[in-house]
Design a protein around this ligand. Structure first.
Ligand SMILES: O=C(O)[C@@H](CO)OP(=O)(O)O
Ligand SMILES: [Mg+2]
Length: 429
């Protein structure tokens, strides 16, 4: 290991993600021979202002190849980073941002830049013989509160459910492992509950079940049943979180939410959420209840209802510090979803998190619906401390890769770091 090592070369290749689509994997090789490798995830319900994921177009792998992004890593980015120290993440990221020269990483591709950004952090950690979470987080680290998407709808499943994600989260837990075991028990029980109710239990993109049911209420009822039958109390032991991903069912011209056969205006949509929370008090978090094009009503709802439930902004902020700054001023949401590939570099993602902490917003670090086996996001969630993490359900290896990484980290830390507790939640005894 050598702190004097610099970048020798940067190289990328196409690999495939969990939906079978090509994505970028990048290698950063240092002069002391150290390798750092990382791969980039990909979303389905993407925010309009996300950094650009460079795709080839044409017929190659149904027009989804990333050979241009790969080529940009192998040529321009390689030339620009050769000889640079990997230990200054902000400098590495700035070099690539300047080289790209566009506001949204459209020329080189956010997938190209992020792949190298993450692989550099890994190379630096490896060169120092330090785990990635420790390299990025220093001494102030904490295992995250995890959210598991156990019923998939919206853009992640071919069923009739309009909301995209129905998540469960362990509230009372004595350790990370304890929390995860409770989720596993509930997940298995949910399968039985769905089967008993006559639903199919095939899986959606994030490893949750994708039953062909029509209503949100029915899905939440199933979660209540599963939690109770597994021996837990909804809202006490296990909380429920929803991602409405409402930009997907918002008609911006008509200003209407076309949802479960209704055409709701914003006030009707707000009332729907309030009734839902009243009926199911275990719902502790709602993501994207209003569209990325409906800032005004998202802010109004935050003012009105933000003390009752965590309101997470995903599509509306796209992990972009300058958009998020405007959102904070406008009073939109009280929590931000953090996706590395929405902004396209490790240091800008950290800046968005810093901004959140400074302004009293909680942070939920997130995977994408198209993932790889790379557990980067798990280490990242530990590094940023005090955070939440959503990384899908229990089944499917690309999801469980993240949770298993956290089990290993907990073991390695051997009691030296706590597990984040959800706001307002009491410590388990
Ligand atoms: O909307 C979301 O929060 C994400 C992740 O669950 O989905 P996607 O990656 O498809 O944008
Ligand atoms: Mg979302």
């Amino acid at each position: 290991m050598a702190k004097s090592a610099v970048i020798e070369s940067v190289k990328a290749r196409e690999v495939f993600d969990s939906r079978g689509n090509p994505t970028v994997e990048a290698d950063v090789i240092l002069t002391d021979g150290t390798l750092g490798r990382a791969s980039v995830p990909s979303g389905a319900s993407t925010g309009e202002l996300e950094a650009t994921e460079l795709r080839d177009g044409g017929n190659r792998v149904e027009g989804k190849g990333v050979s241009k992004a790969v080529n940009n890593v192998n040529t321009e980015i390689n030339d620009a980073l050769k000889g640079v120290s990997p230990f200054n993440q902000a400098e590495i990221d700035q070099i690539m941002i300047d080289l790209d020269g566009t506001p949204n990483k459209a020329r080189l591709g956010a997938n190209a830049i992020l792949g190298v950004s993450m692989a550099t952090a890994r190379a630096a950690a490896n060169a120092l013989g330090t785990p990635l979470y420790r390299y990025l987080g220093g001494v102030n680290i904490e295992l995250p509160q995890t959210f598991h998407n156990v019923i998939n709808g919206g853009a992640h499943a071919d069923n009739g459910i309009d909301f995209q994600e129905f998540m469960i989260t362990p509230l009372k837990k004595t350790s990370f492992r304890d929390g995860l075991e409770k989720i596993a028990n509930t997940y298995h029980t949910l399968k039985k509950v769905l089967e008993d109710a006559g639903f199919q239990t095939g899986l959606g993109d994030e490893g949750g079940f994708a039953p062909d049911m029509k209503s949100t209420t029915e899905a939440v009822e199933m979660l209540y049943k599963a939690i109770e039958q597994a021996g837990y109390k909804p809202g006490i032991d296990i909380g429920i979180a929803l991602d409405a991903a409402s930009s997907e069912f918002y008609d911006k011209d008509a200003k209407k939410y076309n949802f479960e056969g209704h055409s709701f205006n914003a006030d009707e949509m707000a009332n729907y959420y309030k009734d839902l929370k009243k009926k199911f008090p275990a719902i502790i978090s709602m993501e994207d209840p209003f569209s990325e094009d409906d800032w005004e009503n998202f802010a109004k709802f935050t003012k009105d209802f933000g003390d009752q439930v965590q309101l997470v902004g995903d599509d509306i902020f796209v992990t972009n510090p300058s958009i998020f700054r405007k959102g904070i001023k406008a009073g939109v949401a009280n929590s931000i979803l953090i996706k590395l590939n929405q902004i396209g570099s490790v240091s800008e993602t950290i800046e968005a998190i810093r901004l959140a902490k400074k302004n009293g917003y909680t942070t939920m670090i997130s995977h994408r619906s198209g993932e790889t086996e790379d557990p980067f996001v798990a280490d990242f969630a530990v590094a940023v401390s005090g955070g939440q993490l959503k990384a899908g359900a229990m089944a499917r290896s690309e999801r469980i890769a993240k949770y298993n990484e956290l089990l290993r980290i907990e073991e390695e830390l051997n009691g030296q770091a706590s597990v984040a507790q959800f706001p307002n939640d009491v410590d388990a005894d």
